[in-house]
Each structure stands twice: as structure tokens, then as C-alpha cells.
Design a protein around this ligand. Structure first.
Ligand SMILES: NC(=O)c1ccc[n+]([C@@H]2O[C@H](COP(=O)([O-])OP(=O)(O)OC[C@H]3O[C@@H](n4cnc5c(N)ncnc54)[C@H](OP(=O)(O)O)[C@@H]3O)[C@@H](O)[C@H]2O)c1
Length: 314
């Protein structure tokens, strides 16, 4: 048996509760993982909010896209992208229903955890990191580009900004004032979002920027991207689905008209984990919560200014 977080209705974090669940024995191509840390993503609260429908037959819903933990059982042919998986392996897994003390999942999305990456970082890096890698690919960021990153101190934005700097781009990043020092440490030129953003960007890049990466999705972010980038194929958002359809720029992820980037996101661990392991990528951890306090964790993330990843510890 395991303890798991479920949403028993559609709504806010108050619909979350803990239940005891069976952990099935792993079948062919599956592994069972004792979870040491589970990453929290904004999708997790949107998932049961009703934003994707309110079909009562789908309840209860089990949130959680990513975990890090120790393999406790393997089925036949349990082979992940990095090779065969054995009992005792420390792993990172992209899953569904990750808010749990243990789970059984397909080996197809289970990769080795580098020994020098701690459980919290391991549980938090792949969802936001895969999205960041996809954003850079979609906008074709390379050496000599000037790139505007909206939300550059957010979990996705901070990784996209650091990866863009590593690719030789000049990065202008929006963030609240308290986060500007951190952005400078990444080699990013910070600007405050809010009224006058277009002028502040123009002051730093009078001839416009080559590409824009939007992790915020406000009309302000979209309008400044459209005003600053001449080629709309080099603007990508992970939030502004409606504006992307209306204004002809790229939108990435699972929404309508979006590019899911399944292959590039699925392979992003190959780039991200060595960088994290070598200390060349900073994944800020804002706060940890016990698994039993998932509702409080979601309330914290919903504020939109967590300042880093939020991790649940079983
Ligand atoms: N489509 C996809 O594939 C996909 C994948 C992952 C995430 N997402 C979505 O992307 C968004 C960001 O995710 P995340 O994990 O990076 O969230 P996060 O860590 O909470 O970061 C949110 C960021 O937004 C900034 N922000 C908040 N209000 C703002 C405003 N009014 N104007 C400009 N910036 C503002 C914050 O800046 P300060 O902290 O500096 O105030 C922070 O940098 C979420 O909506 C998430 O659901 C989509």
C-alpha cells in the first residue's frame, strides 16, 4: 500500500485529500518506485481546477508529473531510455499520479538520477527543463541572438534563460525587482515587468530582439514580444494559447494548436542532468512541503511568485 494525494472534486486546493492506494506489482516494462521527492508544477492544480473539463467520471484525479526515488521492484524487460533498470537504482521518473509514497509506472520514462543531484532537484528538473529546452529549440536560439525571456526568474524561465546564455545568446529577462540579482548571476540583463516594459526593453535593445520566450502569458508579455521581434516564428509561449492563435506565434505544450514537443522534451534529460550534476545549471528550490500538505503547496504555487520549484516530501 501507498499514501497518495487525490482530488475528489473539481475546484481549488481544498478538494485535495490523502488516501491509501494499492501499488500494483510491476508488469512487463514497468517498475515500482519508492518516492523520495515529488515535483510540483502549476499544471498540477490546473489539472483538477475544472480548466480541462469537469467530467465527474474521471474523479478522483491523482496529480503529480514527476518524482525521484528508489526502484523497489521491476517487471520483465524493464528497460528505460538509459538501459535496463534494477532494484535499488536511484531514478527520476515522469509519471502521472506522482504525489504518492510509492507508484508503479512504465520504465519508458525512467532515467538514472546522477549521484550528486539531490532528491529535490532530481524531482523538480525534468518537467520545467524539458519545457525550457523545447522553448529554445522552437525559437531557434543560438550564438549572437538577443532573446527576451518573460518570467526569467520562474522555474521554466530561469532554465530557459540560463540555457540561452550557455548557447551564446544575449538574454534580457523580465522579473520582479527582488529577483534581479539572481538573474544577473545567470548572465541575464533583468528588467521589471509592468507598465512601461516595452520602453525598458527598447532601451536595452533599440533595434528589437531576435526571439522571445514567454512563460507568463499576459497581454503585456505578448504585446511586448510582438512589438520587439520581427519574425513571429521566433516567438513562443507556453501559456498564451488564445493570443497565439489570434496573432500567429508559436505555442508549446498540450493545449489547442500547440506543439507538444514529445521527442525533444523526452530527450531533454540527456542535456539537463549532466549540466545540473556539473553545477552549470541552477534550479532554485523555493520551498518543500510534506506530502500531506499538498494543498498548502498548491496555494503557495498559485500565487505565481514562488521563486523556484516547490517539492513534496513523502
Ligand atoms: N505549455 C507547457 O508545456 C507548459 C509547461 C510548463 C509550464 N507551463 C506554464 O508556464 C507557466 C510558468 O510555469 P513555472 O513553473 O515557470 O511557474 P513559476 O515558477 O511559478 O514562475 C512564474 C513566473 O511568472 C512571473 N510572473 C508572475 N506574474 C507576472 C506578471 N504579471 N508579469 C510578468 N511575470 C509574472 C514570476 O515572476 P516573479 O517571481 O519575478 O514575480 C515568475 O517568474 C505556468 O502557467 C505553467 O502552467 C506550461
Amino acid at each position: 500500500m501507498a499514501t497518495a494525494v487525490v482530488a475528489t472534486a473539481y475546484g481549488g486546493p481544498e478538494v485535495l485529500s490523502l488516501i491509501e492506494v494499492e501499488v500494483p506489482d510491476p508488469g512487463p516494462g514497468e517498475v515500482t518506485i519508492a518516492v523520495r521527492a515529488a515535483g510540483v508544477n502549476p499544471f498540477d492544480y490546473k489539472f483538477y481546477s475544472g480548466a480541462f473539463g469537469t467530467d465527474p467520471s474521471k474523479l478522483p484525479l491523482r496529480p503529480g508529473l514527476e518524482v525521484a526515488g528508489v526502484v523497489t521492484a521491476v517487471g520483465a524487460d524493464a528497460v528505460g531510455p538509459a538501459g535496463p533498470i534494477s532494484v535499488g537504482d536511484e531514478v527520476i521518473a515522469q509519471v502521472s499520479g506522482g504525489y504518492a509514497t510509492a507508484l508503479t509506472t512504465s520504465a519508458a520514462r525512467v532515467v538514472p538520477k546522477p549521484a550528486d543531484v539531490d532528491w529535490k532537484q532530481a524531482a523538480g528538473v525534468l518537467s520545467v527543463g524539458g519545457t525550457a529546452v523545447h522553448l529554445l529549440a522552437a525559437t531557434g536560439v543560438g550564438p549572437g541572438d538577443t532573446v527576451l525571456v518573460h518570467g526569467a526568474a520562474g522555474s521554466v524561465g530561469a532554465l530557459a534563460a540560463q540555457l540561452a546564455v550557455a548557447r551564446g545568446a544575449r538574454v534580457i529577462g523580465t522579473a520582479s525587482a527582488g529577483r534581479h540579482e539572481r538573474l544577473r548571476a545567470y548572465g541575464v540583463e533583468p528588467v521589471e515587468y509592468g507598465p512601461g516594459l516595452a520602453d525598458r526593453v527598447k532601451a536595452l535593445a533599440p533595434n528589437g530582439v531576435d526571439a522571445a520566450i514567454d512563460t507568463v502569458g499576459t497581454d503585456e508579455a505578448v504585446d511586448v514580444s510582438l512589438a520587439s521581434v520581427s519574425d513571429r516564428a521566433r516567438i513562443a509561449s507556453i501559456v498564451a494559447f488564445g493570443r497565439a492563435a489570434a496573432d500567429g506565434f508559436k505555442v508549446l505544450g498540450m493545449g489547442p494548436g500547440a506543439d507538444p514537443g514529445t521527442e525533444i522534451r523526452g530527450n531533454a534529460w540527456r542535456e539537463l542532468l549532466p549540466l545540473l550534476s556539473a553545477g552549470k545549471l541552477d534550479l532554485a528550490i523555493a520551498k518543500t512541503f510534506p506530502l500531506a500538505e499538498a494543498a498548502a503547496a498548491h496555494t503557495f504555487v498559485m500565487d505565481g511568485h514562488a521563486g523556484g520549484k516547490v517539492i513534496l516530501l513523502p
